[in-house]
Design a protein around this ligand. Sequence first.
Ligand code: 0WD
Length: 272
Amino acid sequence: MMKGKKGLIVGIANNKSIAYGIAKAVANQGAELAFTYLNEQLEKRVRPIADEFGSDKVYKLDVNNDDELEALTKSIEKDFGKIDFIVHSVAFAPRAALDGRFIDTSRKAFDIAMQTSVYSLIALSHACESVLNDNGSILTLTYIGGPKYIPHYNVMGVAKAALESSVRYLAVDLGDRGIRVNAISAGPIKTLAASGIGDFRAILKWNETNSPLNKNVTTEEVGNSGMYLLSDLSTAITGEVHYVDAGYNIMGMGAIDKDENGKTVMKWDKIR
Ligand code: 0WD
């Protein structure tokens, strides 16, 4: 599906990262990849991952640094000429803003969260516009904490709402070149970024208990859906937020089970 396609993966911290799952899925389908790392500490993790996928194209990128974004474009131009897809799998908010009352969010924490988690998609798309082929695809990662209240998610929820809106505006800007911009709203997965969210184990348990598929999602599952959105299988899909969450988002009321006759019953033990 991805033979002959080249792409950039931004946001791998380690092999538990969602971006790693996406890289694996597209590489399995024949894509050629370039990777970025945030700092020297993460470079040690990202280089072996690039090796694993047969790539020596590894660039330093802090998405908040305009000089590094400019250098990234030049590196892509030199190494590939043009690319076909970009994965943006980056988010950050100061830990203090992911706890306590949302009303106490500081101006500084708000700015940091919005710059790193939202503006970065706009900046990356803008920087790479000239090196992206027509009919290319841009994919970002979001969470249900954007459109709905999720405990502790606080300013990151506001950032994800803005990210999802940015996906729609970018989709229109780039649509005349056939370039698509979509988001996957993933169910909770235990990654480095997720370790900053309070009660994360409870959130995982809640999703498992309340989703139609009665499970949590894996980076492989998000990766496979990501592959679809980056490939020519989805050439008529843009501006979408596609849920990969075992169906959690469709539930108006969860904690349901089936009895021996297949009849829907409440999981009373879980909710009493
Ligand atoms: O449950 C989850 N894990 C979910 C994550 C559910 C739904 C969505 N997501 C989203 C996240 O909000 C994020 O947008 O998926 C995306 C990827 O997150 P992840 O895979 O869960 O987390 P992780 O493996 O930590 O990768 C995110 C990486 C950073 O890792 P750390 O942990 O060092 O912050 O984003 C990168 C960094 O590698 N990153 C940056 N890259 C460039 N410039 C920057 C930056 N300024 N800041 C963070």
